[in-house]
Design a protein around this ligand. Structure first.
Ligand SMILES: C[S@@+](CC[C@H](N)C(=O)[O-])C[C@H]1O[C@@H](n2cnc3c(N)ncnc32)[C@H](O)[C@@H]1O
Length: 391
């Protein structure tokens, strides 16, 4: 008997309790995920102390195994021009997303038969094939910024008998000639939601997107649009995705932005705020500080554990626009030396954000939600849209 195309993936997801909706279960069973692997996939590895992505042919036995498991596979690096040493890549720029996340996003969209969906970030087309199975080819439109990736997706989908509209272009503009839609699903992360996505969804429709201010990786945001053109919704779970091409950053280091050996123009002082809290790993704090202190980046250098300085740390904050601050943490201190430079007092901004988060009862990410206004303005709130966090 021939095997059901998506049997392995469906089994992996049902075993984890991830695939709950029978209609999406049928769609996953119908789509052969292995058909979406391009000739080369890119696997994270270490070379000479750096993380790079090494090419693996699709026929590699590891790739054949991974495709049936709950893993994302990187399918393009550096926008198609591998920029690392010896043919390796530095930044993954397209992928075949992790099946459990794909299904979580589709289920969060909560579609009904006959509804129309706009997908942003076609990638390999796997997610789009699932949408075609669930809603029909004529009910889904997808946009991919990379012409080569879009072409490959059209080919793969065509070979499997799916014929959805795949536009090549910047998904931030949506697809005005094909809207309005019942829902928008972005399979690429956004720090700022493009207003076109809200405009092109009917009131009561959903916008599901990996979202985050960029301080940490994205979380899955499920927005519902209202009659006033706004959208409100909760953060659901981790959803580490690559960012929209125009919102992503080049890979850099704190050394590109901080020159701590050139103290001209710097201001020295002290703070009672423990410098370590800037990089507190609490996901709720990550959202709040990233939102309230735009463009913030934090780097923590721990003292070696086998030295007298064990437990001490140097915390560097910067914004890539000329402002930076350094705080020295020592377990014995209650006030800490800080040095800063540039127009923004990042230390004071982080301290204010921390005070807001503490006053709200240190909400975890599961208590946080987001409102997006028609002009693109974003608010983060606790428990309900009226409890907006602000400094
Ligand atoms: C994580 S992949 C999408 C995975 C895909 N849905 C799948 O099932 O394989 C993200 C894709 O978004 C695309 N992308 C990035 N910025 C974009 C933009 N501004 N407009 C449209 N697509 C974009 C990338 O080129 C990449 O192919």
């Amino acid at each position: 008997m021939t095997e059901v195309p998506g049997a392995h993936v469906a089994r992996a997801l049902t075993a984890k309790g991830e695939l709950l909706d029978p209609a999406w279960h049928r769609a996953v069973l119908a789509v052969p995920r292995e058909a979406f692997i391009p000739d080369t996939v890119w696997v994270r590895t270490r070379r000479a102390g750096h993380t790079v992505f090494a090419p693996y042919p699709r026929t590699d036995s590891d790739v054949s195994r991974w495709i049936h498991q709950d893993y994302a596979l990187m399918t393009q690096v550096d926008d198609g021009e591998p920029a690392g040493p010896d043919g390796t890549g530095i930044v993954p720029t397209s992928s075949l997303s992790q099946p459990s996340l794909v299904v979580a996003m589709l289920q969060a969209l909560d579609v009904a038969d006959g509804e129309r969906v706009l997908e942003i970030g076609t990638g390999t087309g796997y997610n789009l094939a699932l949408l075609c199975e669930r809603l029909g080819d004529d009910r889904v439109v997808s946009i991919e910024v990379d012409p080569g990736v879009a072409e490959q997706a059209r080919r793969t989908l065509g070979e499997l008998g799916y014929k959805p509209v795949i536009l090549t272009g910047d998904g931030a503009s949506g697809a005005p000639d094909h809207g309005p839609f019942d829902h928008v699903l972005a399979t690429v992360g956004a720090k700022r939601l493009p207003p076109a996505w809200l405009e092109q969804v009917r009131p009561g429709g959903r916008v599901v997107v990996p979202w985050g201010p960029g301080f940490t990786s994205a979380a899955l945001l499920r927005l519902v649009t209202d009659e006033g053109g706004r959208a409100h919704g909760r953060l659901l779970q981790d959803a580490a995705f690559m960012w929209l091409r125009e919102q992503r950053r080049t890979v850099d280091s704190w050394r590109d932005h901080i020159d701590e050996d050139a103290p001209a123009g710097t201001t020295a002082g002290t703070t009672t705020l423990n410098p370590r809290v800037a990089a507190d790993p609490d996901p709720g704090w990550g959202v709040v500080v990233g939102h309230l202190v735009p463009e913030l980046v934090a780097h923590v250098a721990e003292a070696a554990a086998d030295t007298e300085a064990a437990g001490e740390a140097t915390v560097r904050l910067y914004d890539r626009a000329g402002s930076w601050a350094i705080g020295e943490y020592s377990p014995a201190d209650t006030s800490y030396e800080v040095l800063r430079s540039g127009p923004r007092d990042l230390w004071a901004e982080v301290a204010s954000a921390r005070a807001v988060w503490e006053a709200a009862g240190r909400p975890g990410r599961d208590r946080l939600g987001v409102t997006v206004h028609p002009d693109g303005r974003q608010e983060v709130w606790v428990d309900a849209p009226e409890n907006v966090l602000g400094v």
